[in-house]
Design a protein. Structure first.
Length: 514
């Protein structure tokens, strides 16, 4: 299977995975609000957000190990179907052996550190309808779950690094789907935060067993080798992992701390509406990043093989598709407005159009930075740590004063300002330079098409929104989404699909109609 087809398969798998997870997650939210006290829902969202924050405690180990395995695979050639040479096999086996040793110790450390951090924060929460005991039990379970996740990281790294991207997503989707269905059933049967946390942990344990078994079937030659601790193969990894971790930590500080500020300043019951608006736009962003994430290991392999122009072509395609997806999705969310949240969560759960507009702008810029930084980091280059950390710290400094001035809108603006003045410009400038992608080409091939997509989507959605102002919420939501979807499909056809592929598709369609 060619690189392009593997990327398409991986992207389709991740889109399916994200779609299932998003649908079930969107279904879970109204069930939580309908069957649990609003404070307990806020506590669960806070714990879930904190759990996501704990992902940075792997210290950049996972992404760095995946990249090293991909680079080792690239020594056998840039074609993903090229058999592994004995040199590559030995190096990858040694990387797996090192990864297993490191991940065991890190799992213990993650549990201890995360539980201690929770002790510092959660004991100061002022709770009314939720017991502190239930919160502590749920948090302890989630910390254990995060430790297990770090312990299992090595097998996902192996699959992705070798180019089996997408298979892990399909396996995780099946498990996460069962987990979310289990959580929905638990809430309907009267369970609370402890039940939700317990079911999530069972899912993590099942995930490790299934992915390891799949890796063993796909790469029996690697499992037949007994790797050893080889300092040569991990040389330079600690520094790169540290910089990757600092980059991730900066991102976490920017995007995963809102709940703490809201809970401290306005109470946990005010988290759901703000978080719901954030999650809707974030989910579009996550769907838009799929192609870039799916390309990561192949960029590493091609870069190692010296095929740099192919790398630039992949990044350009990712930018066109990712920005188009984010612009069209964000436009639909903005013009659907309160109707979207009324259909999803019921009345009184809309944070307001200005805050939603800030989120949409934020994630359009974030999409650009993510795609460029992902392509750049795949070349074993990590220059973004300092600026992303500064962005995270600036967000923390701006959050409280901006909230006192503008409320929840101020919190959203604090995030936008922090990213604009740090990561967004730095990543774009230095990432393009690393990839050898000139600004003239970027403006012509990426920026101008994105502006055209934005103007077209905004114009059409605005007209439909005005014409359907008196319609019901569900009708208005559907009708506003249609033009955004049409613009996305047209932009995808002309900007992401090359001329040869378009010709083949049209030929097959014409042949099928004969």
């Amino acid at each position: 299977m060619s690189t392009s087809r593997r990327i398409v398969f991986a992207a389709a798998s991740h889109w399916f995975s994200r779609g299932v997870t998003i649908v079930l997650g969107l279904l879970l939210m109204p069930i939580l609000l309908g069957h649990l006290p609003k404070e307990e829902v806020g506590i669960w969202l806070l714990l879930g957000q904190s759990w996501a924050v704990l992902g940075v405690l792997d210290l950049g180990f996972g992404v760095t190990l995946t990249r090293r395995i991909a680079l080792a695979k690239g020594k056998s050639g840039g074609n993903p179907d090229t058999p592994l040479t004995p040199e590559s096999l030995e190096e990858i086996a040694d990387l797996v052996a090192a990864g297993r040793r490191i991940s065991r110790w890190m799992a213990v450390g993650v549990f201890l550190i995360s539980w201690s951090l929770g002790f510092i924060y959660l004991r100061n929460l002022d709770l009314h309808s939720t017991s502190h005991a239930a919160v502590w039990i749920a948090w302890t379970i989630l910390c254990a779950s995060q430790g297990l996740t770090v312990w299992a990281t090595i097998w996902t790294c192996l699959l992705q690094g070798l180019g089996y991207v997408g298979w892990d997503a399909l396996l995780v989707t099946a498990i996460n789907g069962l987990v979310l269905l289990g959580q929905i059933m638990a809430v309907l049967l009267g369970g609370g935060v402890v039940s939700l946390a317990s079911i999530a942990t069972v899912g993590v344990m099942a995930q490790r067993l299934i992915i390891r078994g799949f890796a063993a079937r796909r790469t029996p030659e690697l499992f037949a080798l007994k790797g050893r601790w080889n300092p040569a193969v991990v040389q330079g990894m600690p520094g790169l992992a540290l910089r990757a971790w600092l980059s991730s930590l900066g991102t976490v500080l920017v995007f995963n701390t809102d709940g703490f500020f809201i809970a401290s300043a306005e109470g946990a019951e005010n988290i759901p509406a703000f978080r719901a608006a954030f999650l809707v736009v974030l989910n579009v962003h996550m769907l838009a990043t799929v192609l870039s994430q799916s390309s990561f290991v192949f960029i590493s392999q091609l870069w190692q093989a010296g095929q740099h122009e192919e790398v630039r072509a992949i990044v350009q395609r990712n930018l066109r598709l990712g920005l188009g997806f984010m612009i069209c999705g964000g436009t639909a969310i903005f013009f659907a407005g309160e109707s979207l949240f009324n259909v999803w969560l019921g009345p009184s759960n809309y944070v307001g159009p200005v805050t939603v507009a800030v989120f949409v702008l934020l994630f359009i810029l974030e999409q650009q930075a993510f795609i460029i930084s992902t392509g750049c980091r795949a070349t074993d280059y990590e220059p973004f740590a300092a600026w992303m950390m500064v962005g995270g710290l600036l967000k923390l400094l701006l959050a409280f004063p901006m909230m006192q001035w503008l409320g929840l809108l101020g919190l959203a603006l604090a995030t936008l300002i922090a990213q604009l003045t740090t990561a967004h410009w730095f990543v774009t400038q230095h990432g393009l330079a690393r990839l050898g992608y000139p600004w003239s080409r970027y403006i012509k091939s990426v920026l101008l098409p994105s502006v055209m997509i934005f103007c077209t989507a905004v114009g059409l959605c605005w007209m439909v929104a005005r014409m359907t102002s008196a319609a019901s919420d569900i009708v208005r939501l559907i009708l506003v989404s249609v033009p955004a979807g049409v613009v996305l499909l047209i932009s995808f056809w002309f900007l992401a699909v090359n001329q040869n592929v378009r010709h083949r598709i049209l030929s097959r369609l014409m042949f099928s109609n004969v």
